[in-house]
Design a protein around this ligand. Sequence first.
Ligand SMILES: [Zn+2]
Length: 462
Amino acid sequence: MAIPAYDLVVKSSVIVTPSGTISGQIAVRDEKIVGILAPGDDLPAKKTIDAGADPVIPGLIDTHCHFRDPGYTHKEDYYHGTVAAAAGGVTTVFDMPNVNPPTTTADRLKAHLDNAQSKAVVDFGHNASGVVPENIKELADAGATAFKVWMMKDIGRDYPHPPGTSLTNRGVLYRVFEEVAETGLPLYIHPHDHDLYELFVERSQRQWGMDFRSYARALRGGNGVVLNTAIATILEFQRSVGTKLHVLHLSTRGGIRMVADAKAEGRDVTAEANPFALFVTNDWDTIEKKGPYALGFWVPEDDNPAMWGAVKDGTIDVIGSDHGPHTKEEKEVGWDDMYTAPGGSPMIEQYLRLLLTEVNKGNLSLERVVEMCASAPARLTGYDGRKGAIVPGADADLVILDMDHEETLHASHAHYMCGWMPSEDFETKGRPRMTVLRGKVIMEDGNVTAAKGSGRLLRPQR
Ligand SMILES: [Zn+2]
């Protein structure tokens, strides 16, 4: 009996799978991995990619990106954001709700997903805004993959505290925990004590003025108390209600300790770290040099050992790119007045390169990178078994790496819209050479060939 040909076979002596890193052949049919076979004779296939000793890992899953679409498409849109994702080895994205209009209702969510479907080149889902407790059930039914809340005052400006996405009232927040728990979906929270923040902003402005240095220090006033008290609050809410809680932007020693304790108790808590906090804003010299193009959040040097410890020991589960593009014009203001300039920075295309550089230095294992960037995000979003791992039955989302490729990062090579890069001029070693989405090569040597709209909407599996 003739063996039917596979659509694709990928051969490599370094395939990172959940049961170990192995040599073999990944056989793909009808968009899915149907087997991982021993190395050896050529298998019948329409296309064979022999990666040799280049590692093959699952496509990355980015649970935290801002594509600014709709509402702010002068900064980024769903097409360019997902092209940058494909170029960076990311095959699944979940974007954030601080768009205009923010996704607070089922109708808005449906419109958001339709718009995304017309543009995406990788698979996608959406983290809806969770600030209206009575709308959470309908949002879950309409296809939200998670809920996001910023613990900030909603003052109706699109920046820094986006309308329809933020709340500070603890009673309302508790109701959000209850409603999200009913859906079984995860709740992503940006921890922030806004009252304390205002106190430290006032002190920072009095002492250092309005520039980027003053802004960087304000959030870290009182040794991280602005972040730590908020983390303590949401962890107690989680203890009380049992909601699946995902703590965003973990970057303080105190926060890491609290999350580790909650996990040791067996609670349903996960945590995220962002590439900027591991590579850019964790060094004051970089902040001095790049000013508003580095910020975001300053992570003081004292917190670095705990951060990298948490990345290695698993206290930090997930790396979310927090891809947050703004135009150069919007950023330039921040040299003198960072309090009116926006804080985000684009990262989705470079974070795998930065992590692979650490693998090459011996600071991090490739398996740990796969765990944080693919396997753990798949479990968090409920897509384990289908995404984030090289196993039979999963979608054939693969990235072939070139671990020897040395490169100085430049924004001129990037595919996203805003034209600058927080990691400009960084020396890297290791890159994604080829990205495969559901068995189809969508990126090779930086050229993204996927058609606009070929990404597929993922609905929650509950
Ligand atoms: Zn974000």
